[in-house]
Design a protein around this ligand. Structure first.
Ligand SMILES: Cc1cc2nc3c(=O)[nH]c(=O)nc-3n(C[C@H](O)[C@H](O)[C@H](O)COP(=O)(O)OP(=O)(O)OC[C@H]3O[C@@H](n4cnc5c(N)ncnc54)[C@H](O)[C@@H]3O)c2cc1C
Length: 264
C-alpha cells in the first residue's frame, strides 16, 4: 500500500511574527521543525505500513530548507521524500497550497491513503488536508484519533468530536487528518539518521507537476489578506473569587446592576 504523508515545516515558536507589508510569516532567524501534528501523521503512516505492508512517501511544499523536515521523516522510517519547491509557489494561500500538493500526489499515481496533520501550528487553518481531498475528488475523514481497520480497499477510523467520537468507514483512496491522540510518535533510530543523511530527496517544480499557472502562488490565491494584527490585550473585567455558589451570586448581582443601570 502506498501511503503519502503531507508535512509542513513551521517555525519552532508559538510567537509567529507577520511581515506588516507582505502579510506573510517572517521565517528569518527562527528555527524550524516539522509541524507537531504532522509527526503523528508520519508515525501513523509507518504503523499502517507495518500492518498492511507498502511504502511511505512524505511530501512537503516549501522553500529549499524544508529538505530538513523531509530528512527527519526519513530518519523516523519514511521510504521516499519529495520537496515541492518553486518560486512560482510563493504567496500561496490554502487553496493554492492544497492544489499544488494535490498535483504532486496525483503525479505519484498509485497512492491509497493520504495522511495530514489536523492543522499547522503557524497558519492554523486546518484547510489544506480537506483542500487536497477536494482537488483530488477523494473522500476524507478529519480529526482521526484511531484507525480501527485498514486494507487496500477500505478504512474504518474513529473521528474525534467534542462529545465523543464517530466511527466512519470509507473506501480507499481516502485522505485522513490526524489528531495527537492517535499515537505516540517514535524517535528516529541511529540507522534512520544515517539513512536520512544519505537519502536522495526528489525535487519537483511547478512544470514537473503540470500545474496551471493561474492556480499557484499569489496569482492563484483567491484569499486576500486585508489586515493582519494582534488584538490588544483585554483590560478591565471582574474576577470573582470564592466557592462556585458565591461566585454565581456575585455574577447575578453584577448582571442585575447592569440591567437596572441600563433601564434607569
Ligand atoms: C494571500 C496569502 C498569501 C500567503 N503567502 C504565503 C507565503 O508567501 N509564504 C508562506 O509560508 N505562507 C503564505 N501564506 C500562508 C499559507 O497559505 C499557509 O501557510 C498554507 O496554505 C498552509 O495553511 P496552514 O498553515 O493553515 O495549514 P493547515 O491547513 O492548518 O495544515 C493542515 C495540514 O496540511 C498539511 N500541509 C499544510 N501545508 C503544507 C505544506 N506546505 N506542505 C505539505 N503539507 C502541508 C499538513 O499535513 C498540515 O498538518 C499565505 C496565505 C495567504 C492567505
Amino acid at each position: 500500500m502506498h501511503i503519502v504523508v503531507c508535512i509542513k515545516q513551521v517555525p519552532d515558536t508559538a510567537d509567529v511574527k507577520i511581515d506588516p507589508k507582505t502579510h506573510t510569516l517572517i521565517r528569518e532567524g527562527v528555527a524550524s521543525i516539522i509541524n507537531p501534528f504532522d509527526v503523528y501523521a508520519i508515525e501513523e503512516g509507518l504503523r499502517i505500513k507495518e500492518r498492511a505492508g507498502g511504502k511511505v512517501t512524505v511530501i512537503t511544499m516549501g522553500p529549499p530548507q524544508a529538505d530538513a523536515a523531509l530528512r527527519e521523516a526519513i530518519s523516523m522510517g519514511a521510504d521516499n521524500a519529495i520537496l515541492v519547491s518553486d518560486r512560482a509557489f510563493a504567496g500561496s494561500d490554502t487553496w493554492a497550497t492544497s492544489y499544488t500538493l494535490a498535483m504532486a500526489v496525483r503525479k505519484l499515481g498509485d497512492y491509497r491513503v493520504i495522511l495530514c496533520g489536523k492543522q499547522a501550528s503557524d497558519g492554523d487553518t486546518a484547510q489544506v488536508g480537506p483542500g487536497i481531498a477536494a482537488h483530488l475528488d477523494l473522500p476524507q475523514i478529519t480529526y482521526v484519533r484511531k484507525i480501527e481497520e485498514i486494507d487496500e480497499k477500505h478504512v474504518v477510523a474513529e473521528r474525534l468530536m467534542e462529545t465523543g467520537f464517530e466511527a466512519l468507514e470509507s473506501p480507499l483512496p481516502c485522505l485522513l487528518t490526524v489528531v495527537k491522540e492517535i499515537n505516540e510518535p517514535r524517535l528516529p533510530s541511529l540507522r534512520g539518521k544515517m539513512a536520512a543523511r544519505k537519502a536522495q530527496i526528489i525535487s519537483w517544480k511547478a512544470a514537473d507537476l503540470g500545474c496551471d499557472p493561474r492556480s499557484i502562488g499569489l496569482d492563484g490565491s483567491p484569499t486576500k489578506v486585508v489586515r493582519i494584527f494582534t488584538p490588544p490585550a483585554r483590560t478591565g473585567g471582574v474576577i470573582f473569587k470564592g466557592e462556585p455558589e458565591e461566585m454565581a451570586a456575585q455574577l447575578v448581582g453584577k448582571l442585575k446592576d447592569a440591567v437596572l443601570g441600563a433601564a434607569s
